[in-house]
Design a protein around this ligand. Sequence first.
Ligand SMILES: Nc1ncnc2c1ncn2[C@@H]1O[C@H](COP(=O)(O)OP(=O)(O)OP(=O)(O)O)[C@@H](O)[C@H]1O
Ligand SMILES: [Mg+2]
Length: 292
Amino acid sequence: MQQSGQKLSHIKATNNAADNNGIVIAITSGKGGVGKSTATANLGIGLSQQNKKVIAVDFDIGLRNLDMILGLERRIVYDVVDVMEHKCNLSQAIVNHKKAKNLYFLPASQSKDKTVLDKDKVQHLLEKLKLDFDYILLDSPAGIESGFEHTIFWADRALIVVTPEISSVRDSDRVIGILDSKSDKAKQGKEVEKHIIINRLRPDLVTKHEMMSCDDVQDILALPIIGVVPEDEKVVGATNNGEPTIFTKTISGLAYQRIAMRILGEDIPIETFEANLSFMETLKKIFTIKKG
Ligand SMILES: Nc1ncnc2c1ncn2[C@@H]1O[C@H](COP(=O)(O)OP(=O)(O)OP(=O)(O)O)[C@@H](O)[C@H]1O
Ligand SMILES: [Mg+2]
């Protein structure tokens, strides 16, 4: 795979909380269906396993599927819109994860339309969550529409999920432009800290020049990569079972674990997935890097 280790390695993520307030991270993308909700679920668990108190908020009003990915769909009674419409208290709508005890979840509503979210109400909600949680992960809806703007407007940091295809990369470039111009931080002359997650990479196709390499993606987006998640057939089953792959030693699960550590500021080199390495060899290599 063509990847210059130098460019991609040693991305040191910094925490930008000036006080004890939680950090709002928007998990977003240009194109839909690239793995935002999967990333939110896995990283929420990953951060909570590092003793951080985390809440994942589903902003995909009308569609919601983060609850299924987290295996919490049957526990939902109230949702984020009920909270904003004062039909319940915040604490009544928040669901604790069954296995990851430091992880909490605030569901999207399934039926109401997206326009119910209002900027000030979202700000009020996030300010409240910041007092209680170390990390607030906002799962963006697909596409650049009203729900999307709510997730990026108050973000301190953004993780932009891209798949190595030109359409996904090009649409992400638009999202980066919006983050740099419309976010609250941009309005204050500050910058939202941005990192890229490359998802569903297939090293065999990169070698055959049938898929963009990580370098290609980075050259276009000109942002640091915080992790590369390979295509992993285990993700589909994990989604259906409500057990994200980070709970197991799968290739995607390990990649998400490492991204969680980088979010916390750990200086872990970005992995390179080579086409000629088998699954076990890749795992071995990842563990060796981790120990070294
Ligand atoms: N690394 C991966 N390997 C294989 N399949 C994956 C991977 N990541 C995500 N997927 C699959 O891709 C599909 C889309 O994932 P997901 O729902 O997380 O995307 P999304 O960006 O949240 O979509 P939307 O924009 O509709 O909200 C799902 O079927 C998921 O199982
Ligand atoms: Mg989603």
